[in-house]
Design a protein around this ligand. Structure first.
Ligand SMILES: [Fe+2]
Length: 322
């Protein structure tokens, strides 16, 4: 078993707003986060002309929205089936290092669509028309393959359904810390959530992964979240405070919240996100109407350029005694 080696709270820098013992830095960050957070999914949308050649204004607008909510929705006329265009879009926003996961099609970009039984994707929910529960991408990845951003592009939509909901993981952190910082502290423990090993036909596909839900990137200081709402094949640490935290999240997702944005991507539209929480509703294709949902998904080890914590917030200088 391997353990995700990002900072837990004992190791989070003292000046960080994500250090649970620094209430002053947290308050400062919290105030700015809430002040600029979008009020609706519509406010996440940026119209762009050509996704393979963004203007500097379009790039700036995409970055600005993503900095506020960790996600942005672009709307273009490019319902392309050419993955090179998707790769080019990401590169313009600093997304260069693709995760070549076992489902990506050799070029690091997965074509998500309903696949027939017997295909190599059989058993993977993204390749069905079923709903996908709340998660962040790559929650089962090795630490060195931490997914910091993802891009979802709609080539064609279904006859009905297939909506996405997105929740900024920083907002979830904020709501939970306001409720009870000890829940956040418990979720920063490095053994709080374990994904058992993936073994197929006796072959080890992926080692068991034990790690925190919330962690702070040692280099950038950004908050990272590792989560899945699925209950099967997940082992949570056996502690009351951990149970409280998981119930807190489940209740939030079930009841809804003003910071959760729902959107149904149409052809040419997409989501670029610093791996915020997201889900997908079930959908129905229609052969007669030629309505088949096809989305391209790219996952990156990079974060969207210009959206690092220190680039967005005035977090104050260290006021040490010296
Ligand atoms: Fe996902």
């Amino acid at each position: 078993m391997t353990t995700v080696s990002q900072f837990n709270n004992r190791e989070v820098p003292q000046h960080s707003p994500f250090n649970l013992d620094n209430d002053q830095a947290y308050r400062l960050w919290r105030e700015q986060k809430l002040a600029q957070y979008p009020g609706s999914a519509q406010e996440l949308i940026v119209n762009v002309d050509n996704i393979s050649a963004l203007s500097s204004d379009e790039q700036a607008a995409l970055t600005r929205v993503c900095a506020k909510a960790n996600s942005v929705i672009y709307r273009s006329q490019t319902a392309t089936a050419d993955k090179r265009v998707i790769r080019a879009l990401g590169e313009q926003l600093g997304l260069r290092h693709l995760d070549e996961n076992i489902c990506a099609d050799g070029d690091g970009i997965s074509g998500l669509q309903v696949m027939p039984a017997g295909s190599r994707h059989e058993g993977y929910i993204p390749y069905t028309d079923r709903p996908i529960n709340w998660h962040t991408d790559g929650y089962y990845n090795m630490p060195e393959h931490t997914i910091r951003a993802m891009l979802l592009h709609c080539v064609s939509d279904a006859a009905s359904g297939g909506d996405n909901a997105i929740m900024d993981h920083e907002m979830l952190y904020l709501l939970m810390r306001d409720q009870d910082p000890d829940m956040v502290r418990a979720l920063m423990e490095t053994d709080v959530m374990t994904i058992p090993a993936n073994i197929e036909n006796g072959v080890l596909i992926r080692q068991a992964q034990s790690g925190p839900v919330f962690s702070v990137d040692p280099v950038s200081g950004n908050l990272h979240m590792r989560y899945t709402a699925r209950t099967r094949s997940i082992e949570w640490k056996d502690k009351d405070i951990v149970r409280q935290a998981t119930v807190f999240m489940q209740d939030l997702f079930k009841q809804g919240h003003e910071t959760i944005f729902q959107y149904r991507l149409g052809p040419g539209e997409g989501i670029i996100s610093n791996n915020a929480l997201h889900n997908r509703s079930a959908f129905v294709n229609d052969d007669a109407a030629n309505k088949h949902r096809l989305f391209y998904r790219a996952r990156y080890f990079d974060r969207v350029r210009g959206t690092d914590l220190q680039q967005i917030y005035r977090l104050g200088e260290s006021t040490c005694c010296g």
